[in-house]
Design a protein around this ligand. Structure first.
Ligand code: ATP
Ligand code: MG
Length: 454
């Protein structure tokens, strides 16, 4: 098999290097780093060796090298090579090509997929896009390994572990940055954020996940450029949100988004509601919910996007509901309208699929039913498919207000012994009617100012 030589750039459209970038090619030999083949997935090693045997360059790259350097366990292993996608396909029976704009090879081993990407150049560069050949150049522009390094986002993500001599190639100073636990954008930060605003979210997410600092020049433009995220594709933002909040570091992600004012852009109505909740109860509740989510992920328990978004948007729902009720709209109607309105407005920024938005709304709407305790209603609610999630949500609401303690106690008992719980309830209701006991205190109406829950 012939070795793939540098694939020419179509129409000679070579991307420009970011203004302040100076390539400092540096090779860290095997004895100067801790990345070991023992920690690399055997399937990724198979792919790397096969490419190398065929005469191609073969490197482990991206998050995997970064994670191994800090002693972590990568969740996936990506490979970069100078073989074209077709050449990669020629080497593996279990390979399919994906992607329209840039073709990638997926080598499939049961549930594990090793993604193999041909070195490519950054054609999202603003200068190239204004060039008349941009439309052609944007697709399938292969490049050198240096081009491939500088088109990546952070220096820590642009390290290449060679299967040839087990060294790490570093063109951007990433090795030093990983050692100092610093997240630094490659090139001019403002320009790189303008190219792809989602990189702002990636900065927050990776800093949260890796416990890295965001380097000062990389952090500086974020707050200023945050509104650019409004133009990002809502479906991509949904995916990014799942990574931010369902990967085991939701609390840190939230604090990062809040600190750099990105939460306000992603969840505008929830942000306004949190700001106007002067007691801070809604923020406490959200933080507790996110901490519970992190604990579930750490224990390998499932965490659902519906419950996550129910928590994130609850402040917005409470505020919308309080407003509708203060306009005199009757409770049940107001609840449904508030749920619909909040969901619809949120869709402007984040495309929440219906299979998640519907159960999210059910979690909200069921909250009001926990205080309705007639026998028939109790059994109906217990058998509701969303009961468990809604009950967990009710428990979470205790963080914001202990008003719901009696409901939580009742429904906890009702799940264990439904007949006994209902019988005890009916007995106490009978006593109340006889006037032996003081009537239960009337619930406080939601306070429209504070936006507290119903
Ligand atoms: P994680 O461990 O969370 O998967 P990751 O860094 O591997 O983090 P991926 O989304 O899997 O993130 O991306 C793989 C690699 O692709 C990154 O390490 C980075 O080099 C590059 N990359 C991803 N997104 C971008 C982007 N928006 N701009 C430039 N490079 C990117
Ligand atoms: Mg990855």
């Amino acid at each position: 098999m012939p070795r793939a030589m540098g694939v020419p750039f179509p129409c000679g459209a070579r991307p420009l290097m970011p203004a302040d970038h100076t390539a400092v090619s540096n090779v860290i030999p095997r004895d100067a780093h801790n990345v070991s083949r023992r920690d690399i997935s055997p399937n990724a090693l198979r792919v790397l060796y096969r490419l190398r045997e065929a005469g191609f360059g073969a490197y482990l790259v991206g998050g995997a090298v970064r994670d191994l350097l800090i002693g972590g366990h990568p969740k996936d292993f990506d490979v970069a090579t100078d073989a074209t996608p077709e050449q990669v396909r020629g080497l593996f029976r279990n390979c399919r090509l994906i992607g329209r704009r840039f073709r990638l090879a997926h080598v499939v081993f049961g549930r594990e997929i090793i993604e193999v990407a041909t070195f490519r150049a950054n054609t999202d560069d603003a200068d190239v896009q204004t060039h008349e050949v941009a439309a052609v150049a944007r697709d399938n522009v292969f490049g050198s390994i240096e081009d491939d390094a500088i088109r990546r986002d952070f220096t820590a993500n642009a390290l290449y572990y060679s299967i040839g001599d087990f060294s790490i190639r570093d063109d951007v100073g990433g090795f030093e940055d990983v050692r100092n636990r610093l997240l630094r954008l490659i090139g001019d930060p403002e320009r790189r954020y303008r190219e792809d605003p989602v990189r702002m979210l990636r900065a927050i997410r990776l800093a949260a996940k890796l416990d890295f600092e965001i380097e000062a020049a990389t952090a500086e433009p974020i707050q200023r450029l945050a509104p650019l995220l409004r133009d990002a594709a809502p479906a991509r933002l949904f995916e990014e949100c799942l990574k931010l909040f369902l990967s085991g570091h939701a609390v840190q992600s939230f604090l990062g988004l809040e600190r750099w004012k990105l939460f306000d852009v992603l969840f505008p109505e929830a942000a306004v509601a949190l700001h106007s909740n002067r007691s801070g109860a809604l923020r406490r509740m959200l933080l507790k919910g996110l901490a519970d989510t992190d604990a579930r992920i750490a224990a390998d328990e499932p965490a659902s996007p519906a419950f996550l978004f129910a928590m994130l948007l609850w402040p917005a729902y409470c505020r919308a509901l309080a407003r509708l009720e203060s306009d005199g709209i009757q409770t049940a109607e107001a609840q449904q309208r508030a749920a619909d309105r909040v969901t619809l407005h949120q869709m402007d920024s984040i495309a929440l699929p219906r299979r998640f938005s519907l159960p999210m709304q059910e979690i909200w709407l069921l909250q009001a039913r926990f205080s309705q305790r007639q026998r028939r209603r109790v059994f109906r609610l217990l058998s509701h498919p969303r009961f468990r999630a809604a009950f967990d949500f009710l428990v979470l609401r205790l963080t914001a207000s202990d008003e719901h303690q009696a409901d939580v106690d009742f429904w906890r008992e009702a799940q264990q012994h439904p007949d006994m719980a209902v019988a005890a309830l009916e007995a106490s209701q009978a006593e109340e009617i006889k006037g032996d006991r003081p009537k239960r205190r009337r619930r406080r109406r939601p306070d429209a100012q504070d936006g507290m829950p119903p």
